[in-house]
Ligand binder design. Sequence first.
Ligand code: GFB
Length: 321
Amino acid sequence: MSQQNVFIAGHRGMVGSALVRALEKDPNVRLLTRGRDQLDLLDQRQVTEFFGKHAVDQVYLAAAKVGGIHANNEYPAAFIYENLMIEANIIHAAYKAGVKKLLFLGSSCIYPKFAEQPMREEALLTGVLEPTNEPYAIAKIAGIKLCESYNRQYGTDYRSVMPTNLYGPNDNYHPQNSHVIPALIRRFHEAKARGDAEVVVWGSGAPMREFLHVDDMAAACVHVMGLEREVLSRHVQPTLSHINVGTGVDCTIRELAETVSKVVGFAGKLSFDASKPDGTPRKLMDVSRLSSLGWNASIALEDGLAHAYGWFVANAAQARS
Ligand code: GFB
């Protein structure tokens, strides 16, 4: 296959930087990346100009405004507006420029709050969403429907993957706006350094979550992008095209906190702040479709947490927050 020009939108983020690590050594790939200071993905004219100037063969659409349960609850307008603009600008400009393949990254929060567990792709749009992240979820559902609609009307080959909760190097460690794993890694690390006797974990500790290391996620993205169109079409329909990506294993937030505490080496005790929201009670992904397409996760949670903590300790000074 001739060398492919591959644009990674959001290459500085946790998933985008994992995709750079996964692709930069591939001799058949010529990576294209642009920082926010060079290309504003919220600006349709700039995005159209970029695709008009560069012969892009494939796009990984990993750029998004992301955040944990608190951030989603606090900034709903920013979450729905920015994610809608980013995906609409990129998908439309890619189509106009004749981009052959595009992979859109969504999220497990697209599924109904009380979807049957584990959640199959068919559960999409069958019930009400989790209120704390509904704006973000609706933007991500719109992204799936954008890809499906362009495929149906224009014959494009734009694919969607729905990751479960992700963690790993280059995550966002903001004390309030981050997801649970970076939040707890930072909190336990700082508590250990101060010699604190206790660490407070948000919510009841009862919700269950599935966690996938971002290097597994990048490998799954490359796998799905590499699938022949006819192979993929045997597993997805024109109006049900997204594919779940996860480990198929979940744990309670209490079990997660105990594991992070152990990995960090914190000797104190845990307490739970019931005044903070629990969010969705459970969102375990049914990953059988991706497994039948030949990919399974390989990084176990405790190993992945040790890797993520090692990265945080080595990069704490410039860790994004
Ligand atoms: O990771 P998280 O913010 O996102 O929260 P969601 C997961 C669970 O961890 C919730 C609990 O039940 C939180 O209450 N938790 C405990 C904490 N301690 C903390 C803490 O210090 N920080 C945080 N953030 N949580 C997100 C969506 O939902 O899932 C996003 O809001 C995205 O849009 C992401 O879809 C995948 O899993 O609840």
